[in-house]
Design a protein around this ligand. Structure first.
Ligand code: DX5
Ligand code: ZN
Length: 225
């Protein structure tokens, strides 16, 4: 169990004209990781960012870079993301022909290995890999864009995952991605979530980025008590 909930701003919601300033503001406000949403136009329709943006984040931030590969063929690009500065690399169980091999390859590059699953994918698909992954990334929206509503069905998956992880005595971390804000985070935390990706709740917060980070941090602290 992580000692404190981890807040991971998703730069997908940032203003890319001011990316360095915006990630600095998130970091100064106490964000824990930076989440980088890589979409290839195949696994999901949009094409977003890749190694070059990862490198820019590396140059402008000390935070662990949490790279989420929403791509159809992740294996051939793992090394280049590690080289660009990724600290964690998530692949999708729906995309990898051999998730165990992909996770082992990520670890061999010195990164933490994440395994993501989409809302329609049953939790049983990832259970065989709990000891080969450092993080399970539970999608609480269908991947493709920021600003969608949190899907409450994901909470049951988190509970099942937490039970399986505890039963096996593992320390695999559970991360949620999609629709996380100050109102949805507490239930996600109570279900067993330890790391929380947030795009719009941080970068589109009406009082600004720092206020968005603080609101999530407060929601996480309240949920702990
Ligand atoms: C969705 C991405 C998410 C997204 C989250 O495909 O994987 O990381 O940016 O954005 P919000 O928090 O606005 O749902
Ligand atoms: Zn993501």
């Amino acid at each position: 169990m992580a000692s404190k909930p981890i807040i991971a701003p998703s730069i997908l919601s940032a203003d890319f004209g001011y990316l360095a300033e915006q990630i600095a503001e998130a970091e100064q406000a106490g964000a824990d990781w930076l989440h980088i949403d890589v979409m290839d136009g195949h696994f999901v329709p949009p094409i977003t960012m890749g190694q070059q943006v990862t490198r820019v984040c590396r140059q402008h931030s000390q935070l662990p870079l949490d790279v989420h590969l929403m791509v159809q063929s992740p294996d051939g690009m793992l090394a280049s993301f590690a080289e660009a500065g990724a600290n964690h690399i998530h692949i999708h169980v729906e995309a990898s022909p051999d998730p165990a091999a992909s996770l082992a390859a990520i670890r061999a590059l010195g990164c933490k290995a994440g395994l993501a699953l989409n809302p329609p994918t049953p939790v049983e698909r990832v259970l065989p890999y709990l000891d080969q992954a450092d993080i399970i990334l539970v999608m609480s929206v269908n991947p493709g864009r920021s600003g969608q509503a949190f899907m409450p069905d994901s909470l049951e998956k988190v509970r099942q995952l937490q039970a399986a992880i505890a039963e096996r005595g593992l320390d695999t971390l559970i991360q949620l991605d999609g629709g996380i804000d100050a109102s949805t985070l507490p239930a996600a935390h109570a279900a067993g979530g330890q790391a929380f990706v947030a795009g719009n709740a941080i970068f589109a917060h009406p009082q600004g980025i720092a206020a968005g980070v603080h609101a999530l941090r407060n929601a996480a602290l309240v949920a702990q008590h």
